[in-house]
Design a protein around this ligand. Sequence first.
Ligand code: FAD
Length: 631
Amino acid sequence: MTGQVTRRDFLNGMALAIAAGVAPSHLFAARMGVAPYPPSLTGLRGSQPGSFEVAHALRDGRGYDIDRVAARENVDLVVVGAGISGLAAAWFWRQRRPNARILILDNHADFGGHAVRNEFNIGGRMLLGYGGSESLQSPATLWSEEAKGLLAALAVDIARFETAFDQKLYPSLGLSRGVFFTRDAFGVDRLVTGDPMRMVADDIPPDRMNARAVTDFIADFPLSADGKAKLVSIYTSTRDPLPGLSADDKRALLEKTSYRDWLIGHWSLPAPAADVFYGRTLDFFAVGTDGISASDAFDYGYPGFGGIGLERDDEAKKEMEDPYIHHFPDGNASIARLLVRKLVPGVAPGSTMDDIVTARFDYGRLDVEGAATRLRTDSTVVAVRNRDGGVDLGYVRDGKLERVRAAHCVLACYNMMIPYLTKELGKAQREALASNVKAPLVYVKVAVRNWRPWVERGVHEIANPMGFYSRLKLDYPVSLGDYRFPRSPDEPMVLHLVHVPTLRLTGVDLRTRLRAARAQLYAMPFDTFEASARDELTRMLGPGGFDAERDIAAITVNRWGHGYSYAGSTLDDAEGDDERIPAAARKRVGRIAIANGDAAWGPYAHAAIDEAHRAVGELSAALAKPVKAAR
Ligand SMILES: Cc1cc2nc3c(=O)[nH]c(=O)nc-3n(C[C@H](O)[C@H](O)[C@H](O)COP(=O)(O)OP(=O)(O)OC[C@H]3O[C@@H](n4cnc5c(N)ncnc54)[C@H](O)[C@@H]3O)c2cc1C
């Protein structure tokens, strides 16, 4: 990085090598005599170098013999994975057994899993961002009683977001959403503002979008007259492209047709016009329009179905209709932090959903000898087995194999890794677990010194359907507790940029595509993200407005090789797979229960909590016998 841009790989003023993957944060910090503070690390985060190598070696055949080490700890419950699911499992367990000793292990430097906090200090001002899991999705309608109960126990009042989230700020500045046409795909760089299309989960009220009429908006697209006319009809026509079919037959056809094929095959859209939608499904579905079904596109409000005459799916309606405002300034990291504050007394001050936002966590207190709950980061679990009425578990920390003995175990880690951890699974369960191929995606945070160029261009968000970053936006305007969102364009701001690696492979199923995209992502260095951010922001907001050299203060790349849980694909899966496979995958194995959002095929915080509740319930009182100590 050049000029004024710093990666801020600094801890209390000292350069940290960890963001470049040289050493785990706790080791470096120990050497420096300070506790690590992962939220403020920049550079490559998420699946950062140092966090996944042990797991990948296990996948590639490396074995770990846990019998060669003695168990130095003996606990009631060991939880693998300190994401929302693992933390919720520890919390539900604690509710049932107030005196339990709990150990939580996670391979990352920070806790929270996908729900990770990015913290910046720009000119003395704290700015927050979310590195992954961003908002509570429709908590009033989609959340179970158990998940809502957990929120209540954490003192989260969902009504509080109605005032904390300023839904008027961007509309009041006259800003709208825009679409950027890249010269590579469309022959010219052009930003067109006034997009009338709703987002799948939308924080802007329908009457405050500052949208233009569809015809005017599309008139500015760099496309042929024919392409533009057909695009307009996709938004406005009430033609039924499937006349004569019953509702069931229509649904069946939509489920087996990709949205891109729907647009080209049933609306005769020329390919460049269909490209206008390509990346618009990437953030929510982690795959382009050629990988999602027309059925999903219909349910989630994409155009082209004005005359189809079908009812939308109930769950999708709830996601679409609830305002997307249930957002902490650091996203669902606040949920993880609230849980950790409850589980580890003294780790952070405060007791409310407001004060969690700025509460400084003392990472040195997460794993203290003698504490009822210990949370150990930088620890990759490599073996789990039922033995002698308990569970033996091996994990690698600082290159060393350690062993722990537990009465019970919740595996709240990525489900497709579980077959590598234990040999006790039957074939059907192994295959079911392995089939949860998670989608890779990246949330890049760019801290800028001001956001005037956005106001000058009249946008708060840009869709970039054929570019590197498919979505670029100003942060959600949320002020909570002592945290004040930047209201003036002269203030620094955190931009949110989404990159989803995509391979336009034909004739392969979604899982194959996701695996190939993941390989592509792991091969991509930080510099690619940085260069693309500088380039695309300049082309969208400049020239004369945005100056990357002058305006960018810091960049954090939250890379999730294993991001969204596999959520099924009607294009590829057999009917009923979405129930049959997860049910086979999440079966308890002796004293080992399985949680994580993966267990629900649901990439949602509420699914992660529900699965934790179920897993803890399964390890019921019948199993709660004292455990024999190992050698
Ligand atoms: C970019 C992104 C955006 C998202 N946005 C939203 C959103 O807005 N709303 C929403 O509801 N959901 C969202 N999600 C879905 C998100 O997955 C859930 O909200 C939730 O955070 C999942 O929690 P979890 O505990 O099930 O899994 P995770 O957060 O993945 O936690 C599992 C943890 O286990 C660790 N682990 C894996 N294997 C091992 C091992 N062998 N040893 C030790 N540790 C291990 C992992 O590294 C990870 O830290 C998003 C996900 C991503 C990736």
